[in-house]
Design a protein around this ligand. Structure first.
Ligand SMILES: *Cc1c(COP(=O)(O)O)cnc(C)c1O
Length: 374
């Protein structure tokens, strides 16, 4: 038997203009790469303590505050290490005694694991099976409530809404949501993310929009006798960010790509525009999956379905063979989250993805399925 994924050629007329549909790192637009080329002599390879790079960091901070609709008194803080580093930084510098976590996928669970630090009381966990979510409840003695705005491993989106009114902080993992899902920033104290998803940049950096209450918490814990490693110190990140710097050397190219994307999004119409575009793309996929006999949206409740990470279960068709055939034709990263282990495709419909490319992707999937079934 021949392997159709290595022999099937999808007609060129069906292929998307850009074949990148991953959930991070995700599509980087050509204009961002042009911005990088334009920065090659003036920014790249120059000191991150001097004006050109500090002006760039300042521009990223302003661009984010504008895109996310930062309320009065909120600040943008950044540091090295990506969202994974932020979890450890939060365990050291944001959680006072105990946190509560929504865990309905890999990323929510990873933060809960980081919060099992010996200087904290064990976290309270509100768990739901993959593909669903649950509401967090108010728990006595909890000072941080945390959940992902978008659970990238499963494609479940959850609203950003304060649940406690007792001074506890609302800390939202927005790694794959920031710049793709509209929300009210006043409902969160810390809205943190990394730029390799909707923001179309590279990994390795974390950024957070933080409220005055979160800043007060960071300052208070930093002034206590808790041991905090310098690299994971949110106080050090805050102090450096206020000077348009990072504690240690950042990837300058990541900042240039990010700044370019933020300028583009803000020019196009800001978060409402970007979120609308992602919603258009994801709706095309959900509607298609509901209309064919071999596919269904993985997330059962329509209101939980992510507008930026679309997960589609397949029945009677080998989704891995579909993804492999697509990949052989230059349409990449439609494989499901590796640990989910489902017969599924996962498609990033971030703001950089053209809805017309999503239409083309659907045509390609239909073409491949027809060939696999023949
Ligand atoms: C990708 C992702 C992360 C991990 O981000 P890194 O920058 O690779 O550490 C965390 N949370 C969510 C929701 C993600 O999608």
């Amino acid at each position: 038997m021949t392997d159709p994924s290595t022999t099937l050629q999808i007609p060129a007329a069906l292929l998307p203009a850009d074949g990148r549909f991953g959930c991070g790192p995700s599509r980087v637009r050509d204009a961002q790469v042009e911005a990088l080329v334009a920065a090659s002599r003036t920014l790249l390879g120059t000191s991150h303590r001097q004006r050109p790079v500090r002006a760039l960091v300042g521009s990223v901070k302003a661009g984010l505050a504008s895109l996310l609709g930062a309320p009065e008194g909120y600040e943008v803080v950044l540091g090295n290490g990506g969202s994974s580093a932020f979890w450890d930084a939060a365990a050291f510098g944001l959680i006072e005694r105990r946190s509560a976590h929504g865990t309905w996928g890999e990323f929510g669970a990873k933060f809960a694991k980081a919060a099992k630090a010996p200087w904290l009381r064990g976290p309270a966990v509100a768990e739901a099976p993959a593909g669903a979510r649950t509401e967090l409840e108010v728990v006595d003695g909890v000072d941080v409530y945390a959940w992902p705005h978008n659970e990238t491993s499963t494609g479940v989106a959850a609203p950003v809404r304060r649940i406690a009114a007792d001074g506890a902080l609302t800390v939202i993992d927005a790694t794959s949501a920031a710049g793709g899902i509209d929300f009210d920033a006043a409902e969160a104290d810390v809205y943190y993310f990394a730029p390799q998803k909707n923001l179309g940049s590279d990994g390795g950096l974390w950024l957070a929009l933080v409220s005055p209450a979160a800043i007060e918490r960071i300052e208070r814990i930093a002034a206590s006798d808790r041991y905090v490693p310098e690299f994971l110190s949110l106080k050090a990140a805050l102090d450096n960010s206020r000077l348009d710097q990072t504690l240690n050397t950042p990837a300058l190219a990541t900042l240039v790509l990010l700044d370019s994307q933020l300028a583009w999004m803000n020019e196009q119409g800001g978060l409402a525009w970007a979120a609308g575009r992602a919603a258009t793309s994801s709706s095309l996929l959900y509607r298609w999956a509901e209309g064919v006999d071999y596919a269904t949206p993985f997330v059962a409740r329509a209101e939980d379905r992510s507008p930026v990470v679309v997960t589609i279960d397949f029945d009677g068709v080998d989704a891995a063979a579909v993804a492999k055939t697509l990949r052989a034709n230059g349409v990449v990263d439609t494989e499901p989250y590796r640990k989910l282990g489902r017969n599924q495709l996962r498609i990033g419909t971030f703001a950089s993805v053209e809805p017309s490319d999503v239409e083309a992707l659907i045509a390609c999937v239909e073409h491949v399925v027809a060939a696999l079934r023949a």
